[in-house]
Ligand binder design. Structure first.
Ligand SMILES: *[C@@H]1O[C@H](CO)[C@@H](O)[C@H](O)[C@H]1NC(C)=O
Ligand SMILES: *[C@@H]1O[C@H](CO)[C@@H](O)[C@H](O)[C@H]1NC(C)=O
Ligand SMILES: *[C@@H]1O[C@H](CO)[C@@H](O)[C@H](O)[C@H]1NC(C)=O
Ligand SMILES: *[C@@H]1O[C@H](CO)[C@@H](O)[C@H](O)[C@H]1NC(C)=O
Ligand SMILES: *[C@@H]1O[C@H](CO)[C@@H](O)[C@H](O)[C@H]1NC(C)=O
Ligand SMILES: [Zn+2]
Ligand SMILES: [Zn+2]
Length: 315
């Protein structure tokens, strides 16, 4: 009896921790401003809508020049372009394509996510492989893969399947182990192998480098894509073959899924996908889906593995 009550009580605590707390915490994210705009739609003028345009610009849904400049007048009008961009976003994230900022769109937009943009600029293309099925996007939803490549399909040369990686010296050993596990998982499912290069005092000269260089950085770190503190943007990585992989040092990282924390290995799996040539996928279960909830761990999905096979033309 007592143990049943105890079990019921502890699962209640578990549910509370897992389901309730993250809602509070992500509200304080850099994307929290979106909450004030909930319910707005075409024709509205809402103070701060300008920030939503910056968000959509950053992730590839709008292509407004000068938006980053503080000198331009802040445009808070909900216009046709914004409506179209939101519709494309909603299609990518399996939301009702209303073009309005409804509550499910706001909560999806507020999820922590990768800093790499979802689509290439024009605000109408979709997060999917090729444009052939564009006439019947809904019908083909279950029939086609949804991985995609970067523009121009950059990839590593076929004879370069053994990539080396190197951590900044200030990376904790817990972090290097979690990220190394992510490399091992990709190696187990693709033709790639990965070898960690260790820098100790004896290998500083001659200058050692690696195909992939990994580090944790805060806020502005010199590459034009500043991080934003806890939640918001978690990490970003480059397309082949530049090999740069940056993580936001200010995230509440965890090793394994922990409520209110971001599972480092999950984010590493995602960013390694970029380093190998994958762009974002619209398959919600795929590791290449752009956002990840706190307290959640994900694994490689068939969509991710198939994407690498197709990019490198491997059976
Ligand atoms: C990959 O390259 C590293 C460094 O050059 C080397 O130590 C390692 O043995 C290679 N691994 C494979 C599987 O070729
Ligand atoms: C690393 O992981 C160990 C075991 O999980 C933990 O006890 C330790 O606090 C962690 N260290 C850091 C710096 O997070
Ligand atoms: C590297 O050099 C620093 C300073 O010279 C020293 O404190 C440290 O112990 C050395 N580390 C190793 C692994 O030799
Ligand atoms: C090594 O790096 C130093 C400073 O970063 C540079 O001056 C030097 O030319 C490099 N040496 C080689 C062999 O690349
Ligand atoms: C870690 O080291 C790199 C390279 O020295 C530096 O640029 C970066 O700011 C450091 N990261 C943190 C979180 O201190
Ligand atoms: Zn990404
Ligand atoms: Zn960066």
């Amino acid at each position: 009896m007592a143990s049943t009550i105890f079990q019921a009580f502890s699962s209640l605590i578990f549910l509370f921790t897992v389901l309730i707390l993250p809602v509070f915490s992500t509200n304080q994210s850099p994307f929290g401003f979106l909450e004030n705009m909930q319910g707005s739609h075409k024709g509205d003028q809402v103070e701060g809508l300008y920030e939503l345009k910056q968000y959509l610009n950053k992730f590839g849904y709008l292509n407004i020049q000068n938006l980053q400049s503080t000198s331009v007048e802040k445009d808070d009008r909900f216009d046709d372009l914004l409506e179209a961009a939101i519709k494309t976003y909603q299609l990518n994230y399996h939301l009702n394509p209303t073009g309005a900022l409804d509550s499910s769109t706001v909560s999806t937009m507020m999820l922590p996510r990768c800093g790499v943009s979802d689509i290439m600029i024009d605000g109408t293309s979709r997060m999917r492989a090729g444009q052939k099925k564009m006439n019947h996007p809904r019908k083909s939803m279950h029939a086609v893969s949804h991985y995609q490549f970067f523009s121009g399909s950059p990839k590593w040369p076929l004879d370069k399947a053994n990539l080396t990686y190197l951590f900044n010296a200030n990376t904790s050993s817990n972090a290097t182990s979690a990220i190394a596990r992510a490399f091992d998982k990709w190696a187990a499912s693709t033709h790639f192998t990965f070898t960690q290069i260790f820098l100790d005092n004896s290998t500083v000269l001659p200058n050692v480098t690696a195909d992939i260089r990994i580090g944790f950085y805060s806020k502005d770190h010199g590459d034009g894509y500043p991080f934003d503190g806890p939640y918001g943007v978690l990490a970003h990585a480059s397309a082949p073959t530049s090999g740069s992989f940056h993580l936001d040092a200010d995230e509440p990282w965890s090793i394994g899924p922990v409520a209110d924390h971001i599972d480092l290995e999950t984010v590493a799996l995602h960013e390694i996908g970029h380093l190998l040539g994958l762009e974002h996928s619209s398959v919600a279960e795929a590791i290449m889906f752009p956002s990840v909830s706190d307290g959640v761990a994900k694994e490689l999905h068939g969509d991710d593995v198939q994407g690498i096979k197709d990019l490198y033309n491997k059976p």
